[in-house]
Design a protein around this ligand. Structure first.
Ligand SMILES: O=C(O)CCC(=O)C(=O)O
Length: 271
């Protein structure tokens, strides 16, 4: 990384724009990673935000008496304000502005934790498939593992060039409307997938249409990732579009959010 204000060099920016993904070895110092991990574990141990629908099982039916296979938390900084002061947020924003332009802004943050030993795979998907189809997006995510990310614990994998596709048809995992997580319906050319193992405090970047996946966690330690979303101010989508897979959902998370009137839900950005 060349400097805090220009974290990416020209070759990295060009590669990202061409391939739709990028991996770098460092965006957060070891000391910062340790502080982030402490805050992260505190939030997940207490399942903070669950009653508002901000903590849930992305890959299962999210019932109270079943262990969550793929835990997601929306807006961790709402519950642990120290996330706002971690320097990697500024660095990631600076990198996003190098790619998208100066008007790129933070558009959300979340965390995905794969529990030790049984953390489920995150199926192939495009983030935009989760979002309001009435809006147009020029967005990217910065994914930061808080321990080494490996093939064994579920590092990120990408299909090069897939950011050039439109939004492909998706469905809830296993076609079960009670499950929050989405999977792409069309066949993915997994032989073309590029796995990106990176050290703790490294980062992968992907556009909102880049097809991506993360495998199961087969290790005896949790796989923690903190994810920041940045984008240009959203505008109305030119023309008609609707995402049929977002209709008629019946997730426990949405029910909890509706009864608690979750703030994060209203942002419409739930990758
Ligand atoms: O952390 C994961 O398992 C998946 C992350 C992801 O899908 C994302 O950041 O958009």
């Amino acid at each position: 990384m060349s400097s805090d204000l220009s974290p990416l060099d020209a070759a990295q920016i060009a590669a990202f724009k061409e391939q739709g993904y990028l991996a770098i070895d460092s965006i957060a110092t070891p000391d910062e990673v340790e502080r982030m991990r402490d805050a992260y574990d505190r939030l997940f141990d207490a399942q903070i935000g669950r009653e508002k629908g901000d903590h849930f099982d992305l890959a299962g039916v999210d019932e109270e008496d079943r262990p969550a296979k793929l835990q997601q938390m929306l807006g961790p900084s709402l519950y642990a304000p120290e996330f706002n002061s971690f320097e990697c947020r500024e660095t990631a924003l600076a990198a996003a502005r190098q790619i998208l332009g100066k008007s790129a802004e933070p558009q959300g943050e979340h965390a995905i934790m794969k529990p030790a030993g049984f953390g489920a795979a995150t199926p192939w998907h495009q983030d935009e498939s989760y979002w309001d189809p009435k809006l147009e997006y020029h967005s990217l995510s910065v994914w930061v593992p808080l321990q080494e990310a490996t093939l064994e614990n579920g590092c990120m994998q990408f299909i090069p060039g897939s950011h050039q596709l439109g939004v492909l048809p998706h469905r809830p995992i296993n076609n079960d409307r009670r499950i929050h997580g989405l999977e792409v319906e069309t066949q993915v050319e997994t032989a073309r997938a590029v796995a990106c193992p990176i050290p703790a405090g490294g980062a992968t970047f992907h556009f909102s249409r880049t097809l991506h996946y993360a495998g199961e966690n087969l290790t005896d330690k949790p796989r923690r990732a903190y994810i920041m979303v940045f984008g240009l101010p959203r505008k109305p989508f030119p023309g008609e579009r609707s995402f049929s897979w977002l209709k008629d959902r019946e997730t426990a998370r949405e029910k909890r959010a509706a009864s608690a009137k979750s703030v994060v839900l209203k942002t419409g950005l739930i990758p």
